[in-house]
Design a protein around this ligand. Structure first.
Ligand code: ATP
Ligand code: MG
Length: 293
């Protein structure tokens, strides 16, 4: 049975979708069978894989609210081994439409049973809220992956997310695990990024992936081409980082040697104060005390 991973953080713009799209892609390129569910009405994972959510006739909405099967909604993507159930604008009304349903928190969990054998990992991209869609994702998931942006107030909101995870564990899904925390948009040139990284590691320890995702213009450009970074700019710093994250992710699951992956040759820790660099995945790999033991 595939492992379902919900990517969640009710804070907006912290890198949930970028992490789902690019981590899922590198896992597929490593031979894992991947399904991505876009559970965000914004549909950013859908457009990130090049599908136009405005013209889609059917989407995950039809499964969550109506009676379509997930299998009937699966679309192929440009990435071999990676399929997608897209989101559409209709999903924006789903929170309200779900309210009268019996067992409304378990709609997604019920749907996943039918497809999960066909995949190694199923990623759910959550919207930036702790509403019913995210609760459905947490109820259906084996584990939750939490991206945290390296910025001021990075830990603010995490308490609320952890409280929600605990509530879901108590009432809906006792087996829900924390897959890990991914630090995103790291900029090694700023003291703030360095401090936030240290602070998050101090609080969350081994839950934090050693691989840190640097701030990278290429990562922010890729969605406008409808491509994951692996197909848009595989030689970029952001690509190296998500590839390293995929290797670490598989290592933690015992699907690769557990040793941290060697940083790619093109990724080096910049000397302090060096101009023109926008951070480094290797900085996270090299100096992090936390991570998988
Ligand atoms: N490492 C990065 N470097 C530079 N830009 C990034 C990086 N990660 C994400 N971005 C950009 O930051 C913005 C927010 O990222 P993303 O959409 O992944 O966050 P999100 O948490 O899914 O947002 P939302 O809460 O709205 O769903 C996007 O424009 C994205 O392209
Ligand atoms: Mg998003």
């Amino acid at each position: 049975m595939g492992q379902t991973v919900a990517c969640a953080n009710q804070k907006g713009g912290v890198g949930k979708t970028t992490t789902v799209v690019n981590l899922a892609t590198y896992l597929a390129l490593a031979g894992q069978r991947i399904l991505v569910l876009d559970l965000d009405p914004q549909g950013n994972a859908t457009s990130g894989f090049g599908l136009d959510r405005g013209t889609l006739e059917r989407s995950i909405y039809d499964a969550v609210i109506a009676d379509a099967t997930l299998g009937s909604l699966i679309a192929r993507t440009a990435v071999d081994g990676l399929s997608l159930v897209p989101a559409s604008i209709a999903l924006a009304g789903a929170e309200v439409e779900l309210a009268p349903f019996q067992r409304r928190e378990r709609r997604l969990a019920r749907l996943l049973g039918e497809v999960s054998d066909a995949y190694d990992y199923i990623f759910v991209d959550c919207p930036p809220s702790l509403g019913l869609l995210t609760v459905n994702a947490l109820t259906a998931a084996d584990a939750v992956l939490i991206p945290i942006q390296c910025e001021y107030y990075a830990l603010e909101g995490l308490t609320q997310l952890i409280a929600t995870i605990n509530l879901v564990r108590d009432h809906l899904n006792p087996a829900l695990a924390i897959k890990g925390v991914v630090l995103t948009m790291y900029d090694a040139r700023t003291n703030l990024s360095v401090e936030v990284k240290a602070e998050v590691r101090r609080h969350l320890g081994a839950a934090v992936f050693e691989t840190v995702i640097p701030r990278s213009v290429r990562l922010s450009e890729a969605p406008s081409y409808g491509l994951p970074i692996a197909l848009y700019r595989p030689d970029s710093k952001g690509a190296d980082a998500y590839q390293a994250l995929a290797a670490e992710f598989l290592g933690r699951d015992g699907r690769l040697p557990a040793a941290a992956p060697a940083p790619p040759a093109s990724v080096t820790t910049p000397p302090p104060g060096s101009p023109g660099r926008t951070g480094s995945a290797a900085a996270g790999v090299a100096d992090g005390p936390g991570g998988a033991s």
